[in-house]
Ligand binder design. Structure first.
Ligand SMILES: [Zn+2]
Length: 222
């Protein structure tokens, strides 16, 4: 069996991060830990940090880093992640969170193997996102160059395939600018820490996956 891996994946919208996280999780047989999902699960399960996070969310306040890290710790200490690793997606978002994550992983004796930044230029991200079309029923993603086989009817479920309202050029530019502002210090932090690798996100999903796996396996053998 393939050895596991402990990875953080970064990448601006349009880099294909969600798809690649799922593929990496399958390849290394580790859970894909998406912070959105684990927050919902922690709140629903009423875990200690889930309950504390919920208080802030109900009040419409930002959940403090300490509690976000607590929710992540609860998930990463479950048996599957402890035994084989994880693909962390959507966290950390700031250098302060990266530092807190690093400390927590050291304490748990499960340090990161690698942080992967899926690189795509702003212009390429903009054109990918502007071409994106989504099934309004099942959320399958298409694009103007990869259409459903019949008009704009979803191949999966027959739903209507549309452009999301927040996929206008102005809104996309704003999201990309916000991402840069938030994430540049985070990427710099991982670079100084020596765990960052940049992977070109242009190519077919298979090509990009091969690049990522080579980087991870190379690091683990070094
Ligand atoms: Zn559909």
């Amino acid at each position: 069996m393939v050895p596991g891996a402990r990875l953080v994946i970064l990448g601006r919208q349009g880099a294909g991060k969600g798809t690649q996280c799922m593929r990496l999780a399958r390849h290394y047989v580790v859970p894909h830990v998406s912070t959105g999902d684990i927050f919902r699960a922690a709140v629903k399960a009423g875990s200690e940090f889930g309950r504390r996070a919920e208080e802030y969310m109900v009040a419409g306040q930002l959940v403090p880093d300490e509690i976000v890290v607590g929710v992540v710790r609860e998930r990463l200490c479950q048996r599957d992640a402890k035994a084989r690793g994880f693909i962390l997606d959507g966290f950390p978002r700031t250098a302060a969170q990266a530092f807190a994550l690093d400390e927590m992983l050291e304490e748990e004796g499960m340090p990161l193997d690698l942080t992967i930044d899926l690189e795509i230029s702003e212009e390429d991200a903009l054109s990918r996102l502007a071409a994106r079309r989504v099934c309004s029923t099942c959320a399958t993603i298409y694009s103007t160059s990869r259409r459903p086989s019949i008009d704009w009817t979803c191949d999966n479920c027959g739903g209507e395939v549309v452009q999301r309202q927040d996929d206008t050029e102005g809104a996309i530019r704003k999201r990309l600018a916000d991402y840069n502002e938030l994430t540049t210090p985070l990427i710099d932090w991982y670079e100084r820490r020596g765990t960052l690798v940049r992977i070109d996100a242009i190519g077919t999903p298979e090509e990009v996956l091969v690049r990522m796996v080579q980087a991870v396996d190379g690091r683990k053998q070094a």
